[in-house]
Design a protein around this ligand. Structure first.
Ligand SMILES: [Zn+2]
Ligand SMILES: [Zn+2]
Length: 253
């Protein structure tokens, strides 16, 4: 399985402002910077976009992606998320003001987009990947995703603070190679992390203790302003198997 966190700064650096993972080039998890990929053929290869929640850093360029890859005909991007999230995206973004209503414009054999609601804990199979949505603990309803290709499995908890159901599910998964877990805030903003459903280094370390498996822990979602400080604090904890994500790098699992 190939996993890439798309860069979201110009020029591309390790700073992460927005969130999009590409899995095997065909499946996207969240639509932060995805519509900004200069190589349009890469955008065209993306057929399924899972949206973990409606926050703007996770949906920012969804309208641009759908615009960029549209071609007349029945084939289109499939958008997968909870019924609520699909509804928010339709009503608040594709509402005929912020952006044209691509849902209403998708009729019969000419489509911009197709929405598929996800049900918690019910896996779907897309492009050879089994994707299981698991609720996590953010300030809005948010899905963590477990992605399994039959040989490797990777967890994308998305934005979350301390949670339990996810770890129970991952403990029981047939395989698990890596977890892309967020640390949004440094210790000095631990209160803010708690209030907004995010992690600081201490709660990240506590979450690691909830999963008794030998996996790679890859830190994502460091708020750019605090990225260096979070990196130093994580390093000082000397946690095993923890690394900072490198945007733009193709990870193989
Ligand atoms: Zn969020
Ligand atoms: Zn976020």
């Amino acid at each position: 399985m190939k996993v890439e966190l798309l860069p979201s700064s110009i020029p591309a650096t390790d700073a992460q402002f927005l969130v999009s993972f590409l899995v095997n080039d065909e499946v996207a998890i969240d639509a932060g910077p995805i519509g900004l990929m200069a190589d349009l053929s890469r955008q065209e290869r993306v057929r399924h976009v899972f949206i973990t929640h409606e926050h703007i850093d996770h949906i920012a360029t969804l309208p641009i992606l759908l615009e960029n890859v549209y071609s007349p005909g029945p084939d289109c991007v499939e958008l997968l998320g909870t019924e609520d999230v699909l509804d928010f995206i339709h009503r608040d973004i594709f509402n005929g003001r912020v952006w044209p209503d691509f849902f209403a414009l998708s009729t019969g054999d000419d489509r911009f987009v197709r929405g598929t609601p996800l049900t918690l804990l019910e896996p779907v199979v897309r492009a050879g990947l089994t994707v299981t949505p698991i609720p996590v603990a953010h300030c809005v309803d948010t899905l963590g995703l477990l992605v399994d290709d039959g040989k490797a499995a990777v967890a994308f908890p998305s934005d979350t603070g301390p949670t339990d159901e996810l770890w129970k599910h991952l403990a029981a998964a047939p395989r698990l190679d890596a977890v892309f877990l967020e640390v949004s805030f440094p210790t000095m903003h631990a209160d803010l992390a708690q209030a907004t459903g995010h992690h600081c280094p201490a709660t990240f370390a506590a979450e690691m203790g909830k999963l008794d498996r030998d996996v790679r822990w890859i830190v994502v979602h460091r708020k750019a302003r605090y990225a260096d400080e979070i990196g130093r604090e994580i390093a000082a904890l000397r946690l095993p198997n923890v690394e900072l994500v490198k945007p733009g790098v193709a990870y193989e699992f």
